[in-house]
Design a protein around this ligand. Structure first.
Ligand SMILES: [Zn+2]
Length: 185
């Protein structure tokens, strides 16, 4: 078992607004927790992928070191966003509640040795990072590739036809062209 459940007893600091800058490695060594909210409108990369930028992300990050000595962050991010349904092209609400466990690594070269359950959070030489960045990254990754209402938002015959694979146009054979010319004569 890599996670020590007792670590949650370690005193934590709470913020209504997330701090702008943290040192994740120091946070892990001290077993710190941060929690707060980030308006979606503050996340420009995420906003670009949404129908609008309404919504607020609630963020909970617990930093710690596992029993093998790997510093990690266990994040819980929840938000309801508005997406555009690609079936009916109307807005739809989409709730996300993701839990992620990221190992803190300095360089890409360190990724290989990580235990399987980890995704890497590559920090390079950064001493201080904005925690909102990693929240935004993770939310972007969790967005549905093709957003669709979870009910038949269009009459079935309409959307079924619309979702069929479009066959690539067949090249017209020169013989077909010739025979059509002959018919015209
Ligand atoms: Zn729809």
């Amino acid at each position: 078992m890599l996670f020590d459940t007792n670590s949650y007893i370690i005193p934590s600091i709470m913020h209504q607004q997330l701090p702008k800058e943290i040192d994740p490695f120091r946070f892990a060594h001290s077993g710190l927790q941060i929690a707060g909210e980030i308006p979606v409108s503050k996340m420009s990369r995420l906003s670009e992928m949404l129908h609008d930028n309404s919504g607020t992300v609630s963020v909970d990050m617990q930093f710690d070191i596992d029993t093998t000595g790997t510093p990690y962050m266990r994040g819980q991010f929840a938000v309801t966003v508005n997406l555009l349904c690609e079936r009916c092209m109307e807005p739809m609400t989409h709730s996300m509640n993701i839990t992620t466990i990221l190992a803190l690594v300095r360089h890409e070269g360190k990724i290989e040795g990580l235990a399987e359950q980890y995704e890497p959070w590559i920090l390079n030489d950064a001493k201080q990072v904005d925690p909102a960045q990693i929240v935004e990254d993770e939310l972007i990754l969790a967005l549905p590739i093709v957003p669709k209402h979870d009910y038949p938002c269009l009459p079935e015959e309409l959307w079924q036809a619309g979702e069929e694979e479009i066959e690539p146009e067949k090249p017209v054979s020169p013989f077909a062209v010739l025979s059509s010319l002959k018919l015209k004569k």
